[in-house]
Ligand binder design. Structure first.
Ligand SMILES: CC(C)(COP(=O)(O)OP(=O)(O)OC[C@H]1O[C@@H](n2cnc3c(N)ncnc32)[C@H](O)[C@@H]1OP(=O)(O)O)[C@@H](O)C(=O)NCCC(=O)NCCSC(=O)C[C@](C)(O)C(=O)O
Ligand SMILES: [Mg+2]
Length: 360
């Protein structure tokens, strides 16, 4: 581990100075596209402004024979697309043991590094993987004359990665966030699922027998396979001031279960998710933006709590310093999102939402 005094020193002469705080830009949906797929790539300009993050994917889901075309396609898209102020451009490079990653990083940083906000690194095993990328990025940034550091996002998709998640989160000031990679993680852990994210009907608990009758009717409750990993990832990220994300939900047609999975992640502390198909974008936007009701309630609590200390009763419930802090999380997020999104600004300013303060 680097000493605290060296932590914010550039890792190469001429590389930009690392950031002390990760910018809290909206990233409710990280929208994946394959830059080697002409139909998908042609949709990119119209997605600008309607997604928070556009991610040119170079890793899994891009055929081996298309890896170079995907890299070249992303360079072309980065050069020719003005993503504006409200959409970020990210990439997911190939894994560090693959034959493609060195060229992915070298080409992207030197050709379009000034356009790239974040590099997502798959299958991160421990802090040593982040240290490698950190130094290489610094060298390439120096070569390219970049003035702003490119940030790094790790995907949690191996058992060793999960065991090291705290060290990964704190490995570099470049760390922007971490996403769950449920498909590779399931395989690496030898879980017996065959899906990309989401639940499984076999993972359940069953009601006790009623009056000892084990053959009688008993309710079952499906459990969340990902709760442990997401909760641990959220803590690791919060501890290091970076952002946690749910990952992919592969059952594109099941928009209901997708919304449930996204909402569980939102409630547990994730700031966003991946969207693999245009149909998932509106779901992510709905779920990862606080509801008008929650914003209204948070404003009422803030108004009722005065200087923020003590305890008050509101609608039969006790509110105090700690419930106010939760409300402030909602209000800060609502303010940040509505600064970029007039529709949300209007929703949060509507009489029912804004009027809460007066009722308190
Ligand atoms: C699921 C697929 C095959 C269905 O693709 P499709 O063509 O069958 O879908 P469609 O419903 O027919 O598409 C309708 C229209 O939308 C377009 N379209 C479709 N998708 C997109 C998109 N993403 N962005 C922009 N446009 C898109 C598509 O081209 C088509 O255009 P058209 O109307 O002109 O014909 C397709 O959506 C796709 O390939 N999505 C991206 C998949 C991906 O990136 N997977 C990797 C991330 S998950 C992962 O890696 C796991 C992880 C973390 O590593 C781990 O857990 O281990
Ligand atoms: Mg994967």
């Amino acid at each position: 581990m680097r000493s605290a005094k060296d932590f914010f020193t550039p890792l190469a002469v001429g590389a930009p100075t690392p950031l002390r705080e990760v910018p809290a830009r909206p990233s409710r949906m990280i929208h994946f596209f394959d830059p080697s797929n002409p139909k998908m790539a042609s949709k990119v300009p119209q997605l600008v402004g309607s997604v928070d993050v556009l991610l040119g994917n170079l890793e899994d889901a891009v055929k081996a024979e298309n890896k170079e075309a995907a890299r070249a396609g992303l360079v072309e898209i980065a050069r020719s697309t003005d993503v504006g102020e409200h959409t970020q451009l990210w990439t997911r490079v190939n894994s560090l043991d693959s034959p493609w990653v060195l060229d992915d990083l070298t080409t992207l940083v030197t050709e379009v590094g000034d356009r790239l906000d974040v590099v997502m690194v798959p299958k991160v095993q421990g802090p040593e993987d982040i240290h490698y990328v950190d130094r290489l990025l610094a060298q390439l940034e120096a070569r390219a004359g970049l003035t702003r550091p490119i940030l790094v996002h790790a995907i949690l998709e191996t058992a060793r990665g999960v065991a090291n998640v705290e060290a990964i989160a704190g490995a570099s000031p470049r760390m922007q966030g971490i996403s769950l990679g449920p498909a590779d993680l399931a395989a690496d852990r030898r879980m017996k699922t065959t899906r990309v994210g989401g639940g499984h009907p076999g993972y359940l608990v069953r009601q006790d027998p009623v009056a000892g009758d084990i053959s009688g009717e008993r309710a079952t409750y499906q459990q969340d396979l990902w709760h442990y990993t997401i909760a641990r990832m959220v803590d690791a990220c919060a501890m290091h001031g970076i952002f946690p994300y749910y990952g992919p939900f592969g059952d594109i047609a099941d928009v209901v279960a997708c919304e449930d999975q996204f909402r569980n992640a939102f409630l547990l502390g994730c700031v966003g998710t991946w969207t693999l198909h245009p149909a998932q974008i509106t779901i992510a936007k709905r779920v990862f933006s606080p509801s008008a009701e929650d914003v209204a309630h948070a404003r009422r609590v803030r108004a009722a709590m005065g200087d923020g200390t003590g305890a008050v009763m509101l609608d039969g419930k006790m509110e105090d310093d700690a419930s106010l802090k939760q409300c402030l999380v909602i209000l800060e997020l609502a303010d940040r999102l509505s600064a970029n999104d007039p529709e949300l600004a209007e929703l949060y300013a509507s009489p029912t939402t804004a009027g809460g303060e007066a009722d308190a």
